[in-house]
Design a protein around this ligand. Structure first.
Ligand SMILES: [Zn+2]
Length: 215
């Protein structure tokens, strides 16, 4: 059985203290890297693609995009700060990522989710989203071991208010693609209000208006 798996490298280049958005407290982090491999019966055989870096909190073990250090590394830390200016993420990338995260969250992707995710993306950005691009985004978030919580806590600092509301609507739209919301998804969706610093009223208004993007 050939599968895509990952092998981890622990990098000793960068360790330090940061504000972990998940623990909401100061924690030790390690910068780690993983490389996707084609595996044969769980034995990595062929490396595909380059090393993908991620930051891991040593307390909760959650993985974050390395940009989390630009926003959450403590200023008194002796380590050089990554320069924020070098990391530019477009809203389209964030939108695609959040759609992919919600899609893979429950372990499988359905045709309805694919259809709804593409429609949400196309209506919100007026740009095409191919099935392949969406599929690539799904495998990428898996390889990066991102989850919705860790992604939103880094996206919150770079998104405008309008963009945050769109991300909420994208999440609810795709999460509801198969009809019912699972309790696990509901929990992470509710958490998004706090992670994106939205008040209850505007959050609810945005959720209710989600259907405008599904036409
Ligand atoms: Zn943590």
């Amino acid at each position: 059985m050939i599968l895509i798996g990952t092998m981890d490298w622990a990098s000793t280049r960068l360790k330090g203290m940061f504000h972990c958005p998940n623990c909401d407290s100061t924690q030790r982090f390690r910068l780690r890297a993983s490389r996707p491999f084609l595996t044969f019966y769980f034995i990595p055989v062929i490396p595909i693609g380059g090393l993908q870096e991620f930051v891991q909190c040593t307390n909760c073990k959650n993985a974050f995009e390395s940009i989390v250090l630009a926003n959450h590394m403590l200023p008194n830390d002796a380590q050089p700060q990554p320069q924020q200016a070098t990391v530019e993420t477009s809203f389209e990338e964030d939108l695609l990522k959040v759609l992919a995260l919600v899609m893979v969250e429950d372990g499988h992707v359905t045709e309805n989710e694919i259809r709804i995710a593409r429609r949400l993306f196309e209506n919100m950005t007026e740009q095409n989203l191919s099935r392949d691009a969406l599929g690539a985004a799904c495998s990428q978030v898996r390889l990066h071991r991102l989850n919705t919580t860790s992604f939103l806590s880094t996206a919150a600092s770079r998104c405008s208010h309008e963009q945050k509301l769109l991300l909420v609507q994208a999440m609810f739209g795709v999460a509801g693609a198969d009809g019912e919301l699972s309790p696990g998804r509901m929990k992470s969706l509710v958490r998004s209000q706090q992670l994106l610093n939205l008040d209850q009223q505007e959050f609810e208004t945005a959720v209710e208006a989600t259907s405008q993007w599904l036409q």
